[in-house]
Design a protein around this ligand. Structure first.
Ligand code: BTN
Length: 321
């Protein structure tokens, strides 16, 4: 009902409680209750005795009503669960996936107490300026192919950022999102599988959007950045999520139909890694070389100074100066 009230408030400049009630077939008291609930969620709604209600400002929260407004997707984001505070959206999504929640459902939080990153790292998730969400996927793939999902998600994230703000994000293999050599976002993929079949994947995305530089500098000593810090203006978190869902749905379909080779070119075009001199840390093994290819499985190829080539299956890549 709240969505319908919002819809009416968006259509009309001003509408009386009586008219709203008639339109939605509810009492004026019910209208008033819903209006107050919307106000408590951060919507600024004016009311005047003669003319009725008018929507002055939408909420800053990443509510389903906002994400789903004009969302141009068929599966991704068709169900949105919003929380003010969670331990990690990954845990909630995994639990929901285990109990059968549909593919494309996203779990969004305004802040996370124990947000996590790859390799057991923390993902600092303060309220107000970040995007923290997990997306449930149920692809018909073999478990070994799951490592390609964060690669295609990386392409969708860079495209979504470019569609929202005039910045040039790039992907660092496997899936860090970089702007001006600093990390602005990360992707975490967790999976439940049998030996030969994937039950579900939880794709977690964290993006520093409107987090001020001062806060970032304290936490990550100059290695992280945020969109507001790079662009200088506040960025719409809702638009960014909508663009991501749209881009991801389209690339995911293409990938499921034609495999990673169909995405490889796009990944390369959006990547920061190809041709760069890199330091690789692959399960404790460290070496330097030049990244020269990404194969059709999504693995990175690095030519060491000795001339030997290595196929990097997992690990961390950093850039050498
Ligand atoms: C990384 O770069 O190491 C990946 C970071 C992934 C962070 C996101 S935020 C939403 C989701 N919930 C988590 O606890 N982690 C992921």
């Amino acid at each position: 009902m709240k969505e319908l009230i919002l819809q009416s408030l968006r259509q009309e400049r001003q509408i009386s409680g009586e008219e709203l009630g008639r339109k939605l077939n509810i009492s004026r008291t019910a209208v008033w209750k819903h209006i107050n609930e919307l106000r408590s969620q951060g919507y600024q709604i004016n009311s005047s005795p003669r003319v009725g209600y008018s929507l002055v400002k939408s909420t800053e929260l990443l509510l389903p009503e906002e994400i789903q407004l004009d969302l141009n997707t068929q599966i991704m984001g068709k169900q949105v669960e919003h929380y003010n505070e969670v331990s990690s959206t990954q845990d909630i999504a995994a639990e929901m996936a285990r109990s059968g929640t549909a593919e494309g459902t996203i779990i969004i939080a305004e802040m996370q107490k124990t947000g996590r990153g790859r390799r057991g790292r923390r993902w600092v998730s303060p309220p107000g300026g970040g995007i923290y969400f997990s997306l449930i996927l149920r692809p018909n793939l073999k478990p070994f192919q799951a490592m390609q999902i964060p690669l295609i998600a990386g392409v969708a994230v860079t495209k979504a950022i470019k569609a929202t703000v005039p910045l040039q994000p790039e992907i660092k293999w496997p899936n860090d999102i970089i702007i001006c050599h600093k990390k602005v976002g990360g992707i975490l993929t967790e999976m439940s599988s049998e030996i030969d079949v994937i039950n579900h994947i939880v794709l977690g995305i964290g993006l520093n959007v409107n987090i001020p530089g001062s806060l970032l500098a304290e936490q990550t000593a100059g290695i992280a950045t945020s969109l507001i810090h790079e662009y200088g203006e506040k960025v719409s978190r809702v638009k960014l999520i909508q663009c991501f869902l749209y881009e991801f749905e389209s690339i995911y379909r293409k990938y499921l139909a034609s495999g990673f080779k169909a995405i490889r070119e796009e990944w390369m075009a959006n990547s920061h890694t190809m041709g760069a001199r890199v330091r690789v840390n692959d399960r404790g093994r460290e070496f330097e070389g030049k990244a020269f290819d990404l194969d059709n499985d999504g693995f990175l190829w690095v030519r060491r100074d000795s001339g030997d080539v290595s196929r990097i299956v997992s690990g961390d890549v950093s850039f050498c100066n």
